[in-house]
Design a protein around this ligand. Structure first.
Ligand SMILES: *Cc1c(COP(=O)(O)O)cnc(C)c1O
Length: 481
């Protein structure tokens, strides 16, 4: 220590006397133990807590002082406030009866890996800033590619979210369709680009098209067939119509497990149409991709091996906690051509062949996300993870059968893997029932619109849920109607 500061001493002369010594690494050890004990108690308490936060908007903010403290505060005070203010004002995503949205599973092995990532706190932007992060990421992408049964030519990277992966794919579609001129010259004066997707695709596709400067109006929503998958003939017709009208088709986003009701586009047929028109393809399997570790579900995305880009989120169903999205790429070169920059200060001299993952994505700074994948795949094994997903799918079917038999209830869309929707009598009764369910708190469900109707979604996918937890949904529905 050049200045001779003892740890715990104030480094600058404070305006107020330094009553409390700022936190040190020795204290971090003690408080980490306390945090781990708290985490176990919290986890054990989950079934006794309401799943969705039962607080009013603004109630938490008013419990905090309006301005930051000038002087250091002891961790004992901070921790006490955390316990008093935070847990009751959270919706509990690790609650075994969380059936809303999609799960955001955090397995214990993943939590442990994140603790270690926290301790190292590295920036994984370049290979040389974190060699192990880059190389474990490369190996994990390969492990997951093989686990999902994807062809061996795919490489890939780990993003924060599917939204980022889809944005990267759309930016690549854009620049490829522009003959890469857009990278230097921008979009001005160029052709009007078109991107194609079904109405069941996630809003992240709309966002990507906006961010890419292509414009919402140039995202063409292709009609779906009876099973809510994209109609390949309608896709082909839309592309032909656009070509005739002077547009420049750029790419197709294929939906493999939609967020609303779990729609699956016919991947092989959609990609065949796209390839016939030389369009770039991206498959969004953010939720359903995890299920592909089970060979029996892979027919749902048959043909995926011809895709240019595929995204799936281990942070949804695989137990690798948020944030963790994998983008597989048939060839990373086009995406790097769009996004890869090497200013002087980022040159890794004499290392031209080295992978620097920031060149594959939007942000420069990157977290070391691969460690938690490594821990989870080893701690549970693919067989253990498959067993969980198979249980979730089986229990969702069982629950849908029970709900479908109950008076006043209709299954609106059947189980797509572990996701189904139902309604109770009419829109108003369904909406009122949903409010009662979530005020009750034993389970948490959310809604969507399907063909103009208000429906309630049930997705089974929480890492620790049991058959009993799942069947609790039927009991709550009976109790509240
Ligand atoms: C959840 C989801 C997304 C968005 O995922 P993020 O990682 O939150 O960006 C995109 N597409 C589908 C199909 C999803 O289910």
């Amino acid at each position: 220590m050049a200045q001779g500061f003892a740890s715990g001493e104030c480094l600058v002369v404070p305006l107020v006397p330094c009553v409390t010594a700022p936190m040190t690494h020795d204290e971090l050890l003690e408080w980490s133990r306390r945090a781990a004990e708290w985490a176990l108690d919290y986890h054990k308490s989950l079934r006794d807590r309401p799943v969705r936060a039962q607080v009013d908007y603004g109630a938490t903010a008013t419990q905090l002082p309006a301005v930051a403290p000038e002087a250091p505060e002891p961790m004992s005070h901070i921790f006490k406030d955390f316990e008093a203010i935070v847990p009751d004002a959270m919706t509990h995503w690790q609650h075994p009866r969380f059936f809303a949205y999609f799960a955001a599973n955090a397995s214990p092995a993943s939590m442990l890996a994140e603790q270690l990532t926290n301790a190292i706190a590295a920036q994984a932007m370049l290979w040389q800033t974190s060699p192990a992060a880059t190389e474990i990421e490369q190996v994990m992408v390969g492990w997951l590619r093989d686990a999902l049964g994807l062809a061996g030519h795919f490489t890939g990277t780990v993003h924060d979210s599917a939204t980022t992966a889809t944005l990267c794919a759309v930016l690549t579609m854009r620049d490829r369709a522009m003959g890469w001129r857009s990278v230097e010259d921008g979009l001005c004066g160029g052709p009007r680009l078109r991107i194609y997707a079904s109405a069941q695709t996630h809003s992240s596709v709309d966002k990507a098209v906006r961010l890419a400067g292509i414009g919402q109006a140039n995202l063409v929503k292709i009609p779906t067939q009876a099973d809510y998958g994209m109609d390949p003939a309608a896709l082909d017709q839309a592309i032909r119509d656009d070509l005739a009208a002077g547009y420049k088709p750029a790419g197709v986003v294929v939906c493999s497990g939609g967020t609303s009701i779990g729609a699956f586009d016919p991947v092989a047929a959609c990609i065949a149409v796209a390839k016939a028109h030389d369009l770039y393809t991206h498959v969004d399997a953010a939720w359903a991709g995890s299920a592909m570790i089970c060979p029996e579900f892979r027919a749902l995305w048959d043909g995926v091996d011809r895709a240019d880009s595929v995204v799936f989120n281990p942070h949804k169903w695989l137990g690798v906690q948020f944030d963790c999205a994998i983008q597989f790429l048939a060839d990373p070169a086009p995406q790097i051509r769009s996004l890869g920059l090497r200013p002087d200060y980022l040159q890794t001299l004499g290392q031209d062949q080295i992978v620097n993952f920031n060149e594959w994505t939007v942000p420069l700074g990157r977290r070391f996300r691969a460690l938690k994948i490594w821990f989870v795949l080893r701690a549970y094994g693919l067989e253990g993870l498959r067993a969980r997903i198979r249980n979730h799918v089986a229990w969702a079917h069982e629950l849908a059968d029970v709900v479908g038999e109950m008076g006043g209830f209709d299954i609106v869309t059947p189980c797509a893997l572990s996701l189904f929707t139902f309604r109770y009598r009419d829109d108003a009764a369904t909406e009122a029932l949903l409010a009662r369910i979530n005020d009750d708190g034993r389970v948490y469900l959310t809604q969507t619109q399907h063909e103009g109707q208000f429906v309630i979604r049930v997705q089974v996918g929480q890492f620790d849920c049991t058959r009993h937890d799942v069947m609790m949904v039927a009991k709550v529905l009976r109790d509240l109607t």
